[in-house]
Write a protein that binds this ligand. Sequence first.
Ligand code: URA
Length: 235
Amino acid sequence: MKKQRLDRFISNQLNLPRSMSKTQIHRGKVKVGNTVVRDPSTIIDVDTQAVFYKDQKVEYNEFLYLLMNKPKGVLSASEDKTQKTVIDLIPDNLRRNGLFPVGRLDKDTTGLLIITDDGDFAHRCIHPSKNISKTYVAKLDDELKEEMIELFSKGVVLADETLCKPAILEIMDTKTAKITITEGKYHQIKRMFGTVGLGVAELERIGIGRLKLPDNLKYGETIVLSKDDLLKILE
Ligand code: URA
């Protein structure tokens, strides 16, 4: 049983400001079951009571899970005083309080970024002990060599002597690699290639777990993830 104030429920689920949610309730636009309820402080049980706004059922989702194709030039942060963040790019119909990016992509990195308001889920995605794979395509400034595959598979030691877990390197063409890691150290991919004398010119994340960046999703676009999508990440 999960109890919540009616005005909060309407405001969260329909993404309305709390003041507007209250006004709409006062105006008789909200029913709980068959009954018009005009008191915003009414407590409802979100699991068992059906709520209707203008006669449309309001579905209850405790958390929201979004996938954005992060463009270059925006920060993976919830807010910033001067720079644009990924949260600023979320369309109004998907906005809610408390959304934050799961882990960080560098400002110049593009691709798959999860945004949610579910802290436990985020923790499970990024904690190295969970071994969730993250796959990137990197365009390098010089040629890859076959021996790098074995080197990366053994776990690279970064310049500051940090040991990375084994990574899977696939050479796609002379200067393009697909690389899969199961942790997320600061600038990890760039620093890993740095150990073999290669600079990363372009970096895109294309997958987390079994979840892939959809081909047709444009830079800056966001979609809502389903329960099946979440299982593709966590399984
Ligand atoms: N590794 C990096 O170096 N940068 C990213 O944005 C992600 C992984």
